[in-house]
Design a protein around this ligand. Structure first.
Ligand SMILES: O=C(O)c1ccccc1NCC(=O)[C@H](O)[C@H](O)COP(=O)(O)O
Length: 272
């Protein structure tokens, strides 16, 4: 599949059309990346669930826009125990920007993922980040783009949605693989996607496996971890309230004092 196939929801086709038209960088970037696998290991040693908290001002499936300072949100997420951050840089449908990415990365010391819809090698050169998202379904030459990202020092996070894409990612030497519970053809979320795809990861594959999208409760965290998630990528459920408190509820989900069963339920501390 590529950006012009039209086998996706209209909102996603619009995202892909905009992505195809977006320019890349003029000069090749070289990144000295903060290690994501090491950050995951540190979180595990500290007894925290490794969570990538996402700065996601809006999206095609979100009502309204959160217009707080993204740097302040990012700092609060880290204070809530986030292992890493994901920053949307897609401007037209998610309210993101490359400037926000740079400001957030400057302000925190955890690894930062550039969350965008990258289709070509020159688009890697538009910004520095520690991780970069490559969506297997939308990239024509996945092995080429994974290699190009690694050659610049990025840690590519290859996103898949089914078993065939998982094997494409592994064949492309992806070391960090995200399974998206959101079907980008229909924009429907189903947590059993991660369970199914994770069970197809070969025993001898040395990958950091991330469950992405639709994680809204502590119960969901337990479910994804039981299915083999090394880390969780959570956007909407954190952005829908007090981001520090909500991040902490997810990162503390495996500690004994965790009582809240529904992290998406507003609390008195929620500020939106
Ligand atoms: O989130 C959307 O509405 C969306 C729509 C179309 C394409 C991609 C979309 N999301 C991208 C993501 O991968 C999520 O932001 C990320 O996995 C976090 O998901 P969630 O926790 O469900 O916000």
């Amino acid at each position: 599949m590529n950006a012009t196939d039209g086998e996706v929801a209209p909102a996603v086709q619009s995202i892909l059309d905009a992505a195809a038209a977006r320019p890349g960088g003029d000069d090749r970037v070289t990144v000295d990346a903060r290690s994501f696998p090491e950050a995951v290991a540190r979180a595990e040693r500290a007894g925290r669930v490794p969570v990538i908290a996402e700065v996601k001002p809006t999206s095609p499936t979100t009502e309204g826009t959160r217009d707080d300072d993204p740097v302040e949100l990012a700092r609060e997420m880290v204070a809530g125990g986030a292992t890493a951050l994901s920053v949307l840089t897609e401007p037209e449908h998610f309210g993101g920007s490359l400037e926000t990415l740079a400001r957030v990365r400057e302000a925190v010391d955890v690894p930062v993922l550039r969350k965008d819809f990258l289709l070509r090698e020159d688009q890697l050169d538009a910004a520095e980040s520690d991780l970069v998202l490559l969506i297997a379904r939308f990239v024509d030459d996945l092995p080429g783009l994974v290699a190009a990202a690694k050659a610049r020092g990025f840690q590519p996070l290859v996103e898949v949605h089914d078993e065939a894409e998982l094997h494409e990612a592994l064949d492309a030497d992806a070391e960090i693989v995200g399974v998206n519970n959101r079907d980008l053809a229909k924009l429907e979320v189903d947590l059993s996607t991660f369970e199914r795809v994770a069970s197809a990861v070969p025993e001898d594959a040395d990958v950091t496996l991330i469950a992405e999208s639709g994680i809204a409760t502590v119960e969901d965290v337990h479910r994804m971890r039981a299915a083999g998630a090394d880390a969780l990528l959570i956007g909407s459920a954190i952005m829908a309230g007090d981001v520090r408190d909500r991040t902490a509820r997810f990162t503390d989900a495996e500690t004994e004092n965790q009582t809240s069963n529904d992290a998406a339920e507003p609390t008195a501390e929620d500020d939106t």
